[in-house]
Design a protein around this ligand. Sequence first.
Ligand code: IMP
Length: 211
Amino acid sequence: METENDASAKLSQHEKPSILLATRNRHKTREIQIMLGEGVIVTDATEFDHLPEVEETGVTFEENSKLKAEGISLHVEGIVLADDSGLEVDALGKEPGVYSARYAGPGCTDEANTALVLKKMKGFPDEVRSARFRCVLAVAEKGVTLAVFDGTVEGMLAHEMRGEGGFGYDPIFMPLGYHQTFGELSSELKHTMSHRSRALAQFREWWKSRR
Ligand code: IMP
């Protein structure tokens, strides 16, 4: 069983600076590693045995990202970054919002969540299919939030799932100015405009100014 000291040693043994992401979602880790580049090592909660499961009891992205960053940072050395993100559909009163990962029920698949949004939006014309992805990043150390960053990408919902790329709601989200979904567009293009890359650009500036 790994102890907290083992975990801290694991974080500091890397020659490059490292950041622990408070997530078990490997898609997010991969995206954030690509966006931050080779100069930093991004680890996540899947690499440690002792980290608690933080319950997302907040009703906003900011509350949940702070809960995750603060909760995990009590158990490791250094700074912890947490992302809370999701899809807001205007015609559904900004649902699924903070419930994006569990919209169709606890433990459900991305496909089930996406199918539920499409079902609720069935028959809605293009004029009322506006939506956005939001990503709020919180940085914490020793249980205290140091900064919060908010990124958004506006777009429209497609009428059916399209494309094999990305994850989550990507197959039904068309960013403004495109007729293809994030599932159809290349991941490189997604990373130039996504909610996560916009929040992360702000984090990167903050991080650079600290070092
Ligand atoms: P979280 O882990 O509570 O932040 O849940 C985020 C959920 O929002 C994910 O499970 C996805 O369903 C959705 N989501 C967040 N970012 C993206 C994205 O970039 N593409 C597609 N879906 C996303």
